[in-house]
Ligand binder design. Structure first.
Ligand code: LFR
Length: 467
């Protein structure tokens, strides 16, 4: 019987349980369970449904039992920045607000009263994104000071699921760095900064690195799913897991982790917290083995996902890609990083409005809308690639696109054309693979990251698009 490892990979639009094991030197994946995710309105706040999601986590575990494939360990990864505050009895304080909610509006200015934007970047190396934990906490402090007073613990989303599984409160480093409250030098909470902002020190747990064992299932979980399991922290930030699964060992490439977001950048040994880097809004997120993910957040396929939802998911992504290709000569472009696309009431209308506002031809058909989005994304990739090359003073010959969005063939073609670089697309399940890889490294199935990446390269289909 094979030795299985389980990744529970929860993204902003769906979650999945994926088992991984080695067979004849290759990594084999098996998806055992999948569920929907998305933010829902609770009163006037956009929230995550953590209770429902945790039930889905349990359902997927039961499914493993049902098919007789019980793994030796599991780990959860999710998106970054979001968190819960727990009171002394472990109850969640307030709504489980998600990062696209507007509660952070103006909170950047509140933070800058305490510390300037430049100094904040110099200390943390993290890009300005209005939804970072630092601004969300300022919103809590301003609008619900009582929650901060009652809070004993802050847990980011994957830490919260690990807590519900084991009863152990832990705080994993890669996810914690997305808070903009961690120092890239000490790789620990920046308590001086936390004090300045007036956030209570005690809510911030000691950080653990990916690969750390968190504990075993609580009695309640054990009884419910019918088995016990060790929970091992992967790079719990999904992007951290995805980057660990980039199938290459040289450094002549730029990666794009393509899902709801497109995260485009490089893996580096040290953080660049310079003024130039700050001006480009490049971030230095903490990665596996203390490496840094030096990247830019680009709005990504969220724009296409939203447009698709607005027509009740009538067409699949492949069909939308084909329609976009048919309308490929449509000339208008949008700035894929404009904040107006973060959480618009209606994405289709927002894209049209943007074109109207900027005096461009307004797209009418689904194909035209999709082509505007795909070409704008590809152009944004090209601009970002240039910025990365300028700031590092070198060039990169290829782009590795990993994650679900690597299946968007038309976008890959556009990316190759716009950047003038070869695009290597795949694996599509990079996040789950990275999650499983961290567990396998812990179990010493792999001796090194290099060995793991070689295996990943050999195990999964990678499609090459020439420039
Ligand atoms: C991708 C991601 C990005 C992060 C964004 C919000 O899923 O984790 O890395 O910037 O979601 O948390």
């Amino acid at each position: 019987m094979a030795t299985y490892y389980l990744a529970v990979d929860i993204g902003a639009s769906s979650g999945r349980h994926i088992l991984g094991h080695m067979e004849n030197g290759k990594m084999i994946l098996e998806e055992v369970y999948r569920f929907e995710n998305g933010m829902v309105k609770k009163g006037d706040e956009l929230c995550w449904e953590f209770d429902r999601l945790f039930k889905e986590v349990i359902n997927g575990l039961k499914k493993c039992k049902e098919i007789g494939k019980i793994p030796v360990s599991m780990g959860v990864d999710t998106w970054g920045v979001d968190f819960v505050l727990l009171d002394k009895d472990g109850n969640v304080l307030g709504n489980t607000v998600g990062y696209r909610d507007s509660r952070t509006e103006g909170m950047d200015q509140e933070v800058y009263k305490v510390i300037s934007q430049e100094e904040l970047y110099e200390r943390t190396g993290i890009q300005k994104a209005i939804y970072n934990t630092i601004y969300q906490l300022m919103s809590v402090k301003t609008k619900h000071p009582e929650y901060l007073e009652q809070a004993e613990t802050l847990l980011h989303v994957p830490d919260y699921f690990h807590y519900l599984l084991t009863g152990v409160k832990s705080c994993e480093y890669t996810e914690a760095t997305t808070s903009q409250l961690v120092s890239p030098v000490t790789k620990d909470w920046d308590f001086e900064l936390i004090d300045k902002l007036g956030y209570p020190r005690k809510i911030f747990q000691k950080l653990i690195m990916p690969g750390t064992s968190i504990g075993h299932f609580s009695e309640a979980v054990k009884n419910e799913v019918g088995f016990d399991l060790e929970v091992v922290a992967p790079a719990t930030h999904d992007t951290g897991s995805a980057v660990l699964a980039v199938p290459a060992n040289d450094d002549d490439f730029i990666y794009i982790s393509s899902g709801t977001w497109s995260l485009m950048g490089l893996e580096r040994e040290t953080a660049d917290c310079s003024k130039e880097s700050c001006a480009l809004n490049l971030t230095n997120e903490g990665g596996y083995a203390g490496r840094f993910r030096y990247l830019k957040n680009i709005m990504g396929l969220w724009m296409i996902q939203s447009v698709r939802h607005e027509i009740n998911d009538k067409y699949g992504f492949a069909e939308i890609c084909a329609m976009a290709e048919d309308a490929k000569d449509f000339p208008s472009r949008v700035d894929a990083n404009d904040e107006c696309f973060l959480a618009p009431a209606n994405m289709t209308e927002e894209v049209k409005d943007y074109c109207r506002r900027t005096g461009q031809k307004v797209p009418e058909t689904l194909g035209e809308i999709a082509t505007v989005i795909y070409t704008s994304l590809a152009e944004c990739y090209a601009k970002t690639a240039k910025e990365l090359e300028e700031i590092t003073g070198r060039t990169y010959s290829r782009i590795h696109v990993v994650g679900g969005g690597s299946n968007a063939g038309y976008l890959n073609e556009l990316t190759a054309k716009a950047t003038g670089k070869e695009v290597h697309a795949g694996p599509g399940e990079a996040t789950a693979i990275g999650n499983i890889t961290a567990q396998m490294l812990k179990a010493e199935e792999f001796k090194s990251i290099e060995e793991a990446r070689t295996v990943i390269h050999e195990s999964f289909n990678i499609k090459i698009y020439n420039a």
